[in-house]
Design a protein around this ligand. Structure first.
Ligand SMILES: [Zn+2]
Length: 267
C-alpha cells in the first residue's frame, strides 16, 4: 500500500456530492443521518448516475495497472469504498476525500471494521463491536486505520523483499504508530492472503526484469525514442508498492542499485 496520487473530482460532481452530504448532515439525529446516508448512497452509487460516473473516473486515476484495488493492488477495483465507514461517519458518506476504489476481497472483510481511541481515553474501541452506536464518535478521536489518500503508508510499513514478502511494522514506529500499522495490516489482511504474498513476490521479479530490459535498451541506443514510454509504463504497472519498496531498499539489491545509478530517470 502506497500513498495515492492526489486526483481532483470535477467541480460539478463535487458540488452534487456536497448537496447530497448537506441533506444528510441536516438530519436531526446521528441514527437518522446514518440510515439516510446509507440508503441514499446505495440508491445513487449506480452505473447510470452521472455524479458517480465522475467519482469512479477520478478514483480510477488513483489506481495502478488496469484499475487495481488501492489497498491490495491485485484485484480489479469495482467498489467505492468509504475509508471511514458510513455506519459510523455519516458526515463522510458523500465525501470524495473519504473514498477510494477497492476490490470485493478487500472491501468485504474490511466492511465496517474501524478502531478509534476517543480523546483522553486509555484504550481503543472497535466501533464495529459496539452494540448500538446512537451517538457520533468523538470527532477528536485518534484513528488507527492508515489512510492512503492522505498519509504515506511507507512511514508505517516496510515490505520484506528479502524473503517473506510480508509487510512489517516500520522499525522507526513504536507506540501508536506501530499499533496503527498492525491494525491496518490485520483489517486489510495484506499478509494473510497467500495469493497477495505470491503476487508481490512475482511483481518483484517482473519489475527487476523490466528495469534490466530498460538498462540494456538504453545501452544499445541511448536515443531510442521509446525509452520515455518505457519509463512511463513501468510507473503504471500493478503492485506499485513493490517497485516503490525496491527503490527504497535499493542498497540491498545490488543489481537494481547499479541500474538506478545508470538510469536515475527510473527513480
Ligand atoms: Zn483489494
Amino acid at each position: 500500500m502506497i500513498q495515492l496520487k492526489s486526483i481532483r473530482l470535477s467541480d460539478k460532481a463535487e458540488a452534487q456530492l456536497g448537496k447530497w452530504q448537506k441533506e444528510v448532515n441536516e438530519q436531526s439525529s446521528f441514527s437518522v443521518q446514518v440510515a439516510l446516508g446509507k440508503q441514499k448512497f446505495s440508491a445513487r452509487n449506480q452505473k447510470d448516475n452521472k455524479t458517480f460516473q465522475a467519482v469512479k473516473m477520478s478514483l480510477t486515476e488513483m489506481c495502478s495497472g488496469s484499475r487495481r484495488c488501492c489497498y491490495c493492488e491485485d484485484s480489479v477495483a469495482d467498489e467505492v469504498e468509504h475509508i471511514r465507514p458510513k455506519d459510523f461517519f455519516p458526515e463522510g458518506v458523500f465525501c470524495f476525500d473519504n473514498y477510494l476504489y477497492a476490490c470485493g476481497p478487500c472491501n468485504g472483510p474490511k466492511s465496517n471494521k474501524y478502531r478509534i481511541r476517543p480523546n483522553g481515553a486509555l484504550v481503543p474501541i472497535d466501533l464495529d463491536k459496539q452494540k448500538e452506536l446512537t451517538e457520533r464518535p468523538d470527532p477528536e478521536a485518534f484513528h488507527y486505520l492508515i489512510n492512503p489518500r492522505f498519509e504515506d503508508p511507507f512511514q508505517f510499513l516496510v515490505l520484506d523483499l528479502a524473503s517473506t514478502f510480508f509487510f512489517t511494522v516500520h522499525p522507526n514506529c513504536s507506540g501508536d504508530n506501530a499499533a496503527r500499522a498492525t491494525y491496518t495490516l490485520e483489517i486489510l489482511a495484506l499478509n494473510t492472503r497467500d495469493y497477495l504474498v505470491r503476487a508481490r513476490q512475482s511483481a518483484f521479479g517482473h519489475y527487476l526484469a523490466r528495469a534490466e530490459q530498460y538498462d540494456q535498451r538504453k545501452l544499445d541506443d541511448p536515443d531510442d525514442p521509446d525509452l520515455p514510454k518505457f519509463v512511463l509504463e513501468l510507473g503504471r504497472l500493478e503492485h506499485p508498492t513493490v517497485w516503490a519498496e525496491m527503490k527504497r531498499q535499493r542498497d540491498r539489491i545490488p543489481r537494481l542499485d547499479a541500474i538506478l545509478r545508470a538510469c536515475p530517470e527510473l527513480l
